[in-house]
Design a protein around this ligand. Structure first.
Ligand code: EPZ
Length: 423
């Protein structure tokens, strides 16, 4: 079994380059099949989810080449195939194939999604949106079977909650629907704008991405064409490394987290500021220098532009080093606190009650054997290892590798002692 090992207390100094956004690219890749043409994606992170989606595209007779973070997707000869098991079950975001294939073929058969355990993760809003567009939804042999007998027709859809996945999936399905689709109470995350931007560059007619209401004017399949698109920087990876810098930067040193869009992380930056982090926000980077004493702050996650739930777990680690008591509430995923037990194992004074974490700091952390229970919890454990005394051994690191391209190299480049080991 492969584990990460981290030897703590090596001061961080230097620059960390942020990669392309995982939560964009897992939707951009399925979206590329909407044009029977070539789509070139730049700034694509080398992550297991990208390889899994490439495998799925190959099942649809779509040719892909992936080198130097550029993914070329040739969907000229794409054809319809049910996707019931195999790669489609390796990642939750494979559900974007539902919207893309419905749009293209008026039919999709997709195996149930997999993904991190963060508590119940239904897709009822996605399915309600597809039904509103005229698709019949059935569950057969553990797969969703979606079929629009008379093709998809534009509709007015109001989401009960501003779900990121449902917003993107319904937007994808609506691209070729007859007439106009209006989706209200949508999510406004930057990744949604990124996908709408690429789809419009392919010939779609989407307006309102990033606002509360998205409008999609249906266009014909053959009016779509390929394009070249640059994936936006990953705001969650960026925030994770900013936490690493805030707790690990060496005296007289500085860590620059480069290639970011600060506007995508204003709530997080505001909380980092409230916690007393000594940071300088530039046009496309944040530079962090030693902070005398971090201050306890209360945090409540929310949909964009609120504090991202994906940064709740890394930020909780930062609060174990802050003076005072902090209360962290996750309003998106009530069960996103599996990192609490792991941090307790390392000596943090932290507990979980319902959908809140309560932290009293600062606490000295000691290296221990810990588990990455999910992607962002695993990232928090890597960061904990950076500041703990002794060696931290992190198990189930495949979760972490799903969301952090070249994490060993990026942290080693700024002075951390972190490596893989087979045990
Ligand atoms: C996306 O997941 C991200 N994943 C998640 O990031 C992120 O935590 C989440 O958005 C919230 O920002 C990807 O983009 C691949 P949601 P998604 O639909 O789309 C409920 C990471 O760490 N809901 O906005 O699945 C749901 O249970 C991952 O990179 C329904 O009830 O999130 C949750 O409580 C983890 N019915 C809330 O909405 C539905 O049909 C938000 O979920 C859909 C969602």
């Amino acid at each position: 079994m492969r584990v990460f090992k981290v030897e703590g207390k090596y001061p961080l100094n230097g620059t960390i380059e942020v990669s392309g956004a995982k939560n964009s690219v897992v939707a951009l890749i399925p979206a590329a099949i909407l044009a029977g043409d070539v789509v070139i994606l730049e700034n694509v992170p080398e992550l297991s989810d990208v390889y899994a989606l490439n495998t799925i595209l190959k099942e649809l007779n779509v040719q892909t080449t992936f080198e130097n973070n550029t993914l070329t997707i040739d969907a000229t000869n794409v054809n319809y195939t049910p996707l019931i098991e195999g790669a489609v079950q390796e990642l939750r975001a494979s559900y974007y194939l539902m919207g893309a294939m419905l749009a293209r073929y008026n039919e999709a058969i997709i195996g149930m999604p997999g993904g991190c355990y963060l508590g119940p993760r239904p897709i009822d809003l996605h399915l309600k949106g597809f039904q509103a567009l005229g698709a019949e939804v059935k569950i057969e042999h553990g797969a969703y079977r979606l079929h629009a007998q008379d093709g998809l027709k534009g509709a007015k859809i109001n989401l009960d909650i501003p779900s990121v996945g449902a917003t993107i999936n319904i937007m994808l399905a609506a691209v070729h629907a007859e007439g106009t689709t209006v989706i209200e109470n949508v999510a406004k995350e930057p990744e949604i704008v990124d996908i709408a931007t690429m789809l419009n560059n392919m010939g779609a007619r989407i307006t309102g991405a990033g606002t509360d209401t998205i409008r999609v004017k249906g266009v014909s399949v053959d009016s779509m064409h390929g394009c070249r698109h640059q994936v936006i920087p990953d705001r969650i990876e960026a925030g994770t490394y900013m936490v690493a810098a805030a707790i690990g930067v060496g005296e007289g040193m500085e860590v620059k987290v480069d290639n970011i869009i600060p506007e995508h992380m204003e709530a997080f930056l505001a909380k980092m500021h409230d916690a007393g982090v000594n940071m300088e926000v530039g046009m496309d980077s944040v530079t962090i220098r030693p902070t005398q004493a971090l201050k306890a702050v209360n945090v409540k996650t929310g949909v964009f532009p609120g504090f991202a739930t994906d940064l709740q777990q890394p930020f909780t680690l930062l609060l174990t080093q802050a003076t005072g008591a902090s209360v962290i509430t996750d309003t998106i995923y009530s069960a996103r606190f599996k990192h609490v037990d792991e941090l307790q194992r390392m000596g943090a004074s932290i507990r979980n009650e319902a959908s809140t974490g309560i932290v009293v700091g600062p606490s000295e952390l000691e290296g221990a054997k810990v588990t990455a229970t999910d992607l962002r919890a695993g990232a928090a454990m890597v960061l904990a290892g950076l500041i703990a005394s002794g060696i931290t051994e992190i198990h189930e690191i495949e979760h972490v590798e799903r969301g952090y391209e070249r994490i060993i190299q990026k942290l080693t480049n700024v002075g951390a002692k972190i490596w893989f080991e087979e045990i």
